[in-house]
Write a protein that binds this ligand. Structure first.
Ligand code: ADP
Length: 499
C-alpha cells in the first residue's frame, strides 16, 4: 500500500491528524508525516513493525489479544468509535491522544485498519487548568470566612459554603433540598421574596440589609445580607450570590447595652427626682398656696353682702389656672420617671431646655442662684429622644446648681443653645461654681464617681452615653472667669446603631 502510488502518500501527509494504516497481524503499513511528528519516529522506523510499539504498557501487551478477540467475535471495542487513550512516543513520553479506528474491508482480503490520531495534550492541559481553577474556586468558596450561598432564580439553594452551613446548622446536602425562603424568619419572608424577584428582574443590582434567619434548631440568627446577581455571558440573570455576616452576637450585645443604658437612665432619673424633691415641692407649693388664697378670697366674697360676680369669676379662673400649673408640673415629672424604650423624634431643643428649667428653677431660686437662658432661635431641629436629652440637661443643670450651693458669692447658671459645629445643635451649661480639679476631671465619667455626700456618681456617665447613642459628642472645659462648662452636640441626622 505504501508503494501504491505517490498520490496516496501525498494525501496522507497533507492530513493534519496523524494517520496510521495497519495491516494483518497488526503490522504498520503507513505512517504519515503528522504521525512522525506526533510519535517522534520516522516512517521507516515503524513500517512493518507491530503497532503495539506505539502503546504504553499494559495496552501494549493486551493489544494482540484485542485484535485476536475482534477477529474471532466481531465485537468492537474501539473500531468505529472514538476514544481517549494513551500513546507512547519514541522518547518514552506517554501522551493522551484521541483515537478513531476505521476498518477497511475488501472482499477476499483480510481487514486492514486505519487509525486517526489527534494529539490532545493541549486540551488536557487546558482541562486540567480548568479543573484546578474550579477546585481552587471551590476551596475559596468553601473556606471563605463569610457565609455564602448561591440561589437559583426560583430560590432553590444551589450551593452553600461551610460558614453558611455552620451559621444555620444545616449540611450542604440538606440545604440543596431547600429554598432560600425556608431559611428566613417568617416575618421577613415576604419582603425577602419581593427583593429577590426584583433583583432577578434586574431592578436591583445589589443590596445589603439586616435580616432575620432561622437556625435549624429554631433559634433566630440576625445577619447582614449582601446580595448580588451573577449574569451569564448573554447578560441573563443566572444566580444570586448571598453573603451573610452573622451579627447575632453584636446585635444582642448592643441590645443588652441599650437596655442596660435605659435601666441605668431610669435609675438615674429617679434619683434625680428624689434629690429634686425639695425643689419640686416648692414648685408645687406655689400654685397650691395660690389656690388656697384665691379660694379663701372667694369664700369671703360669698360671705359678704352683695356679691361681685365678676370678681368671683376672676378668682375662680385663677384657681383653675393654678391647678393646671400644678398638674403640668406633675405631668412633667411623670414623663421623666416613667420607664420606657428609647423613642426618637424631632424636637425643638429650646423647648426641651425651657421645660427642664421649669423643673429645676425652684431649687436654684431657693439657693439664691440665678439661671440665665441664652437660646438661639430657629435652630435646626435634632432628631432625639426628648426625655433622654432632658435627662442630660437635668443632670448638667443640677450639677451646676450643686457646684454653686456652697459658694459664698451667689452665682449664675447659664444654659446656651447654638447651632452645632458640623450641623445639628450644641447645648452648653456653664456655671460660676467651684470648678473641677484636674484629678477629678480624669474620673468624672467613671460610674459612681462622686464628690458629693448624697451623690450617686451616675449623672455624667449616663449623660455621655445618652449623647453618644445619639451620635453626638459630650465634653467639658473650665468656664471663664470661673466654674465649669459642660457641652454636648446632637447631629442633625440620626445615626443608627446597627446599619
Ligand atoms: P453626682 O452628681 O451624683 O456626683 P455626676 O456623675 O453627675 O454624679 O458627677 C460626678 C462628679 O463630677 C460630681 O460629684 C462632681 O464632683 C463633678 N461635677 C460634675 N459637674 C460639675 C460642675 N458643674 N462643677 C463642678 N464639679 C462637677
Amino acid at each position: 500500500m505504501r508503494r501504491s502510488g505517490g498520490e496516496f502518500e501525498a494525501l496522507l501527509d497533507a492530513a493534519v491528524d496523524a494517520i496510521i494504516v495497519i495491516g494483518p497481524g497488526g503490522l504498520v503499513e503507513a505512517f504519515n508525516a503528522a504521525a512522525e511528528r506526533l510519535f517522534g519516529y520516522r516512517a521507516d522506523e515503524v513500517a512493518g513493525r507491530n503497532v503495539s510499539m506505539l502503546m504504553p504498557e499494559p495496552y501494549r501487551s493486551e493489544h494482540d489479544a484485542y485484535v485476536g478477540d475482534y477477529h474471532a467475535s466481531g465485537e468492537r471495542k474501539i473500531i468505529g468509535i472514538g476514544r481517549e487513550v494513551s500513546a507512547l512516543r519514541k522518547d518514552g513520553e506517554v501522551i493522551p491522544i484521541d483515537l478513531a479506528v476505521g476498518e477497511i474491508k475488501r472482499p477476499g482480503h483480510k481487514s486492514r485498519f486505519v487509525g486517526i490520531i489527534r494529539d490532545i495534550r493541549e486540551r488536557k492541559r487546558f482541562e486540567e487548568q480548568l479543573r484546578q481553577r474550579e477546585e481552587q474556586l471551590r476551596l475559596v468558596f468553601d473556606n471563605a470566612p463569610l457565609a455564602t450561598a448561591l440561589y437559583a432564580p426560583d430560590g432553590a439553594i444551589l450551593s452553600a459554603n461551610q460558614a453558611f452551613c455552620a451559621m444555620l446548622g444545616y449540611s450542604e446536602e440538606e440545604l440543596r433540598e431547600m429554598s432560600a425562603r425556608d431559611l428566613i424568619h417568617p416575618d421577613h419572608r415576604e419582603g425577602a421574596a419581593r427583593r429577590m424577584a426584583a433583583a432577578f428582574r434586574g431592578e436591583l443590582q445589589r443590596y445589603a440589609l439586616a435580616k432575620r434567619y432561622l437556625h435549624k434548631s429554631g433559634r433566630e440568627v440576625i445577619g447582614m445580607l449582601h446580595a448580588g446577581i451573577v449574569h451569564d455571558s448573554e447578560g441573563q440573570p443566572l444566580l444570586m450570590v448571598a453573603q451573610v455576616e452573622d451579627r447575632t452576637r453584636e446585635l444582642r450585645a448592643e441590645d443588652e447595652a441599650r437596655q442596660h443604658r435605659e435601666r441605668l437612665a431610669h435609675v438615674g432619673r429617679i434619683s434625680v427626682m428624689g434629690e429634686m424633691a425639695a425643689g419640686l415641692a416648692h414648685e408645687l407649693n406655689q400654685p397650691l398656696t395660690a389656690i388656697t388664697n384665691y379660694s379663701q378670697a372667694a369664700g369671703r366674697m360669698l360671705a359678704a353682702d352683695g356679691i361681685d360676680r365678676e370678681e368671683l369669676a376672676r378668682a375662680l379662673d385663677k384657681i383653675g389656672a393654678q391647678a393646671l400649673r400644678a398638674g403640668e408640673v406633675i405631668r412633667r415629672l411623670r414623663t421623666m420617671v416613667r420607664k420606657r424604650d428609647s423613642q426618637r423624634a424631632t424636637a425643638d431643643i429650646n423647648d426641651l431646655v425651657r421645660e427642664v428649667i421649669a423643673l429645676t428653677d425652684g431649687d436654684a431660686r431657693d439657693n439664691g442662684i440665678r439661671v440665665r437662658l441664652e437660646l438661639t432661635p430657629a435652630l435646626p431641629s435634632a432628631p432625639c429622644d426628648a426625655v433622654q436629652v432632658q435627662q442630660v440637661l437635668i443632670n448638667l443643670v443640677r450639677n451646676a446648681i450643686d457646684s454653686l450651693k456652697g459658694a459664698k458669692q451667689k452665682g449664675t447658671v447659664t444654659v446656651r443653645t447654638l447651632s452645632g459645629p458640623v450641623g445639628g445643635v450644641e447645648v452648653q451649661v456653664a456655671d460660676t461654681g467651684s470648678g473641677i480639679t484636674p484629678g477629678d476631671a480624669e474620673r468624672l465619667f467613671e460610674p459612681f464617681f462622686t464628690t458629693k455626700d448624697e451623690g450617686l456618681g451616675l449623672g455624667l456617665s449616663i449623660s455621655r452615653s445618652i449623647v453618644e447613642a445619639h451620635g453626638g459628642v459630650f465634653g467639658h472645659r473650665p468656664n471663664r472667669p470661673r466654674g465649669s462648662l459642660f457641652w454636648f452636640t446632637l447631629p442633625d441626622e440620626e445615626v443608627t446603631d446597627g446599619g
